[in-house]
Design a protein around this ligand. Structure first.
Ligand SMILES: *Cc1c(COP(=O)(O)O)cnc(C)c1O
Length: 822
């Protein structure tokens, strides 16, 4: 193992303070993820939105003793870290890469480096599955492919591994060079060249050139020869290669795809003049391409073609989503049932640890499939990871984990297999707790998830939490770095589900939340949300409750101010915080100029009440047409806010911009804080920068029945759906009671079934509606997308003359919300 002084040499940093040799096993870049403080080395990274240096004191208090910093200002006072080793470098990420690169050089194993626009993670996971039959594989956890993720992945390599598989992703020029020095691949895979991350590059060629930098030193690059641009570039750079093709006779591996049957695709491939057959357990293009990359790599590695049949037959789809959902008896399940190695477990445990919903946390864990670690040491480590994350109860399933049960806390339960657990399952023993279900594929833990999940009808709103964080960061990038962010989570977080969203926002360190009513705020507090919360429509009878739950009211009129003060006379114990709403032209709620003077006169008399912020709301931020009006509102706001500070004699937080306002005026009028709403959920309401956002919500349901109807028949109530010709219809399980607007009736609305648009036929019913699927291959049970990728909310809203806000918030609470990370 490296020691701190060696790291100082490798990174050419300045040893600011050296106290002692400490064990060094874990590289940590996220202050929230320290598990073994005494053997961790923390890299303080200055990011666009966070600064790791801020957490140095907290980490020191937790027992971390080894730090790499890039900003000397934060270590001026060394007496705060009497026992720490501290290294100052010019760039902490460079230092991290340098350390990982050095670690990589200590090993001679073959390393496969994967890049390309799509499919990296799947190809990596599949290769790991396919190779693990004979190799001890080390791989990137999930999609750890960034400037930070790659070095952390490579750091996992140890003596026992026989092959490494790592993915590398870039979004800007110059990034790949750095990742290449970390991964040092001996074999490369270029998956494909798509349009992802185009914005960071001048041209498609530049992006390709940049990606190829990963492969400058490889012994062999695997790619598909049918991708013309990639093939040309490989030729130009004279990269040693081994390729496959569906159309070229001269490829190293020639592929012929045969017609699919029963969800499987038979293929034939020719290699070294001999022909072989194989069946791939998928039919979609993307999966086939990914599988063919894997096939080619295995052939290059010398795996006997005859062996491939068995290995590919066992290939399973990679469900990379880590889903969270409601379950029996008020429980909440985190479903991560696709693989189970230590790195993946660690990520899932972090997610569990950051759930504030319930105090009690249970882990259902299968045997681990981890290569190259001695069994007892492995489970000892697992047990330690588990207890350091505050897990209250462990249920171990599998004969290996059962053999090591003495390593786990008393009260843990063990079962030899999934079925024996299910046979003895007593649902009443799960109550008001968060349950992480983490198991390798072979254990079929999806059965456990099904048993624990609430039985609800098949209409689901899926919420992509990664997309949500992307959108949050997009809006952050539109305002100066010092600007605070308040996120509006009113109306059940615009229909997305408030606890989960609030919890994620708390994790990502937004500054404030806002809700419409006190009850919404109280519910957040009861689920462990500690961020400051503003309540926009406080009713006087909720003032005391609000104080009890630390909620801060918006005060919008002299009358409301007086009522508030009645509850909090001068001698009250706490300093109540309030927010003043100013009316600068919206004419909804707020003080006008005269009322503000009246309020300030009162406030000047009650110094025990503190005005935390003053704010106003733009009436027309979503339309350029109203820019002049918006600016006049901002001007008036500036004057009124200045008056507040003048009379009160202290600074208050000032804010006026909503999502559309951030896009239009983020640089000129962010003031101290902005209020982000709809944009977080993926709708850019100014209509100018939609492409910067990702779709967050996907409302989906299923086909209940398919019918053939004759010309002249009618469909649904009032016989409104008239079939002029013979038609095929599908009845789908969503109606106006689920929030599917009745205005979508009679062809106004469309849904997506198997990638095709199908119009509504007849009137929307309460729990169902019918769609026209004439000419489409549709069966009962097929998935139906009501809105989401491919069927944008803005389009649907326009069709019925409303706005995306209404469609989102209308999704009824009986529709189950499922949250996931990719
Ligand atoms: C809802 C709301 C917002 C957020 O508006 P979006 O258009 O969703 O960004 C901001 N401020 C106030 C006062 C609000 O009520």
């Amino acid at each position: 193992m490296l020691n701190f002084k060696e790291i100082a040499q490798i990174t050419r940093g300045t040893l600011v303070q050296w106290k002692d040799h400490y064990p060094l096993q874990h590289l940590v870049t996220d202050s929230r993820k320290v598990v073994n403080a005494n053997s961790s080395l923390f890299f303080a990274i200055k990011g666009e939105f966070h600064d790791g240096h801020q957490y140095l004191p907290e980490l020191y208090a937790q027992g971390v003793r080894q730090f790499i910093v890039e900003d000397a200002d934060h270590i001026m006072d060394l007496s705060a870290y009497p026992e720490a080793n501290i290294l100052l470098v010019s760039n902490s990420i460079d230092a991290l890469q340098c350390v990982a690169g050095h670690h990589r050089r200590q090993f001679t194993l073959p390393v496969i480096g994967i890049t390309g626009s799509n499919g990296k993670t799947i190809v990596k996971e599949w290769l790991a599955q396919l190779l693990s039959v004979t190799e001890r594989v080390v791989k990137s956890p999930r999609s750890y492919n960034s400037q930070i993720g790659v070095p952390l992945s490579v750091w996992q390599i140890n003596e026992s591994h026989t092959i490494g598989v790592f993915e590398a992703g870039i979004s800007q020029p110059d990034e790949m060079q750095k990742l290449a020095t970390v991964v040092q691949p001996s074999i490369g895979i270029f998956t494909n060249l798509g349009s992802a991350h185009d914005e960071g590059f001048e041209s498609q060629e530049q992006k390709l050139e940049e990606k190829l930098k990963l492969f400058e030193e490889v012994k062999c690059l695997v790619y598909c020869k049918d991708q013309v641009e990639v093939h040309q570039a490989v030729q130009e750079h004279k990269l040693p290669h081994f390729n496959w093709s569906k159309s070229h006779q001269q490829a190293d591996v020639q592929i012929e795809i045969l017609p699919a049957r029963q969800q499987k695709t038979p293929i034939q491939f020719q290699y070294l003049r001999k022909k072989y057959g194989l069946t791939l357990p998928f039919t979609d293009e993307a999966s086939l391409e990914n599988a063919l990359h894997c096939l080619t790599v295995l052939l290059y590695l010398g795996v006997e073609p005859d062996q491939l049949v068995v290995r590919f037959g066992r290939l399973v789809p990679v469900a990379m989503r880590l889903e969270r959902k409601e379950a029996i008896n008020g429980c909440y399940v985190i479903d991560d049932t696709y693989n189970n190695d230590v790195a993946g477990l660690r990520i899932a445990l972090d997610v569990l640890a950051h759930q504030s919903r319930h105090g009690r946390k249970t882990l259902i864990l299968s045997d681990l499939l981890e290569a190259g670690v001695e069994e007892e040491a492995l489970y000892r480590q697992v047990a330690q990871e588990v207890s350091s994350r505050g897990v209250d109860r462990v249920i171990g399933i599998g004969d290996i984990i059962s053999r090591h049960q003495e390593l786990f806390p008393a009260g843990s339960e063990f079962y030899l297999g999934t079925d024996s657990f299910l046979g003895q399952l007593r649902p009443e023993t799960f109550r008001q707790e968060t349950i992480l279900v983490k198991g390798a594929r072979v254990f079929e833990f999806e059965k456990i998830v099904a048993a624990l999940q609430q039985q609800v009808h098949g209409t689901v709103l899926e919420v992509n939490l990664d997309a949500l964080v992307h959108n949050l960061n997009y809006y952050r990038s539109k305002v100066p770095a010092s600007t605070k962010i308040m996120v509006m989570v009113k109306a059940f977080a615009y229909g997305a589900g408030s606890y989960e969203i609030a919890n994620l926002l708390q994790f990502h360190r937004v500054d404030y939340l806002a809700v419409a009513y006190a009850d919404e705020g109280i519910a957040l507090r009861e689920h462990g949300i500690t961020l400051p919360i503003m309540v926009m429509n406080p009713s006087p009878d909720s003032f005391l409750k609000m104080e009890q739950f630390n909620l801060e009211p918006e005060i919008y009129s002299p009358d409301l101010l007086h009522r508030f003060l009645d509850y909090f006379p001068e001698n009250s114990a706490k300093t109540p915080l309030i927010h003043l709403k100013l009316d600068t032209g919206m004419h909804r709620l707020g003080f006008d100029v005269a009322e503000l003077e009246e309020a300030l006169e009162v406030l000047a008399q009650v110094p025990h009440v503190r005005v935390q912020s003053v704010f106003s709301h733009l009436a027309g931020a979503d339309e350029a047409l109203y820019n002049d009006f918006s600016r006049s509102q901002m001007q008036q706001f500036t004057q009124m806010a200045a008056r507040v500070e003048e009379v009160l004699g202290y600074k208050v937080i000032k804010h006026i911009l909503n999502s559309a306002g951030i896009v239009r005026f983020g640089q000129e009028a962010a003031f101290d804080m902005v209020r982000l709403g709809i944009g977080l959920y993926g709708v850019e309401s100014s209509g100018t920068e939609q492409s910067g956002l990702l779709t967050v919500g996907r409302l989906k349901t299923t086909v209940s029945q398919v019918k053939q109807i004759k010309a002249g028949d009618t469909v649904g109530y009032s016989r409104k759906g008239i079939a002029e010709t013979a038609k095929q219809t599908a009845t789908i399980a969503i109606g106006y009671a689920d929030g599917y607007d009745r205005r979508f009736s009679n062809g106004i609305g469309e849904v997506l079934i198997n990638g095709h648009r199908a119009p509504i036929i007849g009137n929307v019913c309460m729990d169902m509606c019918m769609v026209d699927v004439t000419g489409l291959d549709v069966r009962a049970g097929d998935e139906v997308v009501v809105f989401g990728e491919g069927l944008p909310l803005t389009e649907l809203a326009t069709r019925i003359g409303t706005i995306p806000y209404e469609l989102l918030t209308n999704v009824s609470t009986r529709v189950k919300r499922v949250f996931y990370n990719e």
